[in-house]
Design a protein around this ligand. Structure first.
Ligand code: ATP
Ligand code: MG
Length: 487
């Protein structure tokens, strides 16, 4: 029950938060409400344990002074009680300092709190017994104890403890009056009658329940505020962290984009400067070659800018083309195979269409150009990054009632370990890919992933350097895009 290590919060340990109807479980699965009360409860328990030393001193003093005020029964009985309280208080302090911490589960701390309350009440009633029973001057401490308990423990447990305390008091007084237990005199002198004892028991019951009720109504408002404040703080911290992450990503993206555009722009500027300064005649064969090279660089710059715009649009949720109905994945793959045929034969790669004999994968809603872009890039990559001798690129398709699964597998150069996730980031290209194919911006997979995500699907990549790569795309068949399902 009590753990040696700080334990993770359990969703069921909502503690006080549950009473207020507010007990959020955070993304990390922790119950933040119980977390809040865990450290609070731990602090209060320690404070209460320190306060208990005052009770030990009081009991020891009463043990010594009792006989002088007409209570001979206090010596040595109250001295023994004082010693017992001191011993169990040391035990509780050890427990709170070394076995339970502010991080402990709320449930464990609450159990410790209830245990302390029950032990204290037992010590209190023994003291009441030796100091005059229902006429004991110590009796009001039961009420004081209940007030402290209500600050620490949740209401339901406190009402149960209040019942137990009243029951124990009544039981003690009855046993004393029946003669089962000895009736000791109180400081006021003499022993109580049945009538005065009944009256003080009734007053005790009223006071105990009254104090529990009043303390609870005052603290519950603070309790609710506390929970609210904690929720707001957690929410603020989360959104701040998200914002910072977005900002970091944005500036990284801008830096990389600027860097990618700068080097071709620099080359273009140099070429133009060569012509402007008259070092080359634009009409000459050499001048013309320079102009053609410059035009090719402008084309590649345009391609990068177009890709960046495409990516930005997808991220903003603005789709280029409208959503179309009943889009056939088989057809898209077949068209891409036709278009990539020449590129594949030039690279000595055999394209194996395993999707033809499969069932028809028809998406209820899709943006065809975006899907084409995604699959085109995956198949193009598989061919482009095949080994110099060629190989095979297989495109498979599996369909069930819910989803279509497209698998693009090659036997190419593969992706080095540690880069399998990074290659989905803009402009990231593995060193072996840069070596194998100079052409490439590193934007294709980012766009493909956005396009697939826009269709509610996901891309999974498996690869081993020097062995090959398999990319799996799973697309839901019957997804209605949010922008169309919104009222
Ligand atoms: P482009 O933007 O023109 O598509 P690219 O093909 O290099 O350029 P991505 O398609 O985004 O860019 O791929 C990113 C990187 O992932 C590649 O540079 C390469 O390192 C790695 N990669 C992707 N597919 C494969 C594959 N089938 N085999 C080996 N490496 C791959
Ligand atoms: Mg690519």
């Amino acid at each position: 029950m009590i753990r040696t290590e700080p334990t993770p919060r359990r969703p069921g340990d909502a503690g006080r938060g549950r009473e207020t109807g507010q007990g959020p479980v955070g993304d990390d699965g922790r119950d933040h409400t119980s977390y809040l009360f865990s450290w609070e409860l731990h602090g209060r328990l320690l404070w209460f344990a320190n306060l208990r030393w005052a009770a030990v001193v009081g009991l020891a003093a009463a043990a010594l002074a009792g006989p002088a005020v007409g209570m001979p029964s206090t010596n040595p009985s109250l001295a023994v009680v004082a010693a017992l309280v001191a011993v169990y208080n040391l035990g509780f302090i050890y427990l709170l300092r070394y076995r339970l911490g502010p991080e402990s589960a709320y449930g464990d701390l609450r159990t410790a709190a209830i245990l302390q309350m029950v032990t204290d009440l037992a010590a209190l009633f023994v003291t009441v017994h030796f100091t005059g029973g229902c006429a004991s001057p110590v009796l009001p401490f039961v009420v004081f104890h209940m007030a402290i308990g209500t600050i620490m423990i949740e209401t339901r447990s406190m009402y149960l403890l209040a019942c137990a305390a009243c029951g124990a008091a009544a039981g003690l007084f009855v046993l004393e009056h029946l003669g089962v237990l000895v009736r000791y005199p109180s400081a006021a002198g003499g022993v109580s009658t049945v009538a005065t004892c009944g009256l003080s028991t009734a007053m005790l019951v009223g006071l105990v329940f009254g104090v529990v009720y009043l303390t609870d109504s005052v603290t519950s408002r603070f309790k609710a505020r506390n929970v609210e404040l904690h929720q707001i703080t957690t929410e603020l911290q989360r959104s701040l962290a998200e914002r910072e992450a977005v900002e970091r990503r944005k500036s990284h993206y801008m830096r990389i984009s600027a860097h990618q555009l700068r080097s071709p722009l620099g080359t273009i500027k140099t070429s133009i400067q060569v012509l402007l300064d008259g070092y080359l005649d634009p009409g000459s064969a050499e001048g013309r070659r320079l102009l053609e090279g410059t035009a090719a660089r402008v084309d590649s710059l345009l391609a990068i800018v177009n890709d960046l715009l495409e990516l930005a649009k997808m991220r903003e949720g603005r789709v280029k083309a409208p959503w179309a109905r009943n889009v056939s994945v088989n057809q898209i793959l077949a068209d891409i195979f036709d278009a990539q045929d020449t590129f594949a034969s030039e690279a000595g790669v055999e394209l194996v269409p395993r999707f033809i004999q499969e069932g028809a994968a028809v998406l209820d809603w899709a943006v065809p150009p975006d899907l084409v872009y995604a699959f085109e890039n995956l198949i193009h990559n598989a061919i482009k990054y095949s080994k110099p001798g060629g190989g095979t690129v297989t495109v498979g398709l599996a369909v069930d009632h819910e989803r279509a699964t497209v698998v693009v597998a090659d036997q190419g150069i593969g992706i080095p370990d540690g880069l399998h996730e990074d290659v989905f980031l803009e402009f990231v290209r593995a060193p072996n890919a840069k070596h194998a194919a100079a052409e490439g911006t590193g934007l294709g997979l980012s766009i493909a992933r956005e396009a697939v995500a826009m269709h509610g699907g996901e891309i999974v990549l498996q690869s081993a350097e020097g062995v090959g790569t398999t990319v799996t795309v799973v697309l839901p068949l019957h997804r209605v895009p949010p922008e169309l399902s919104a009222p």
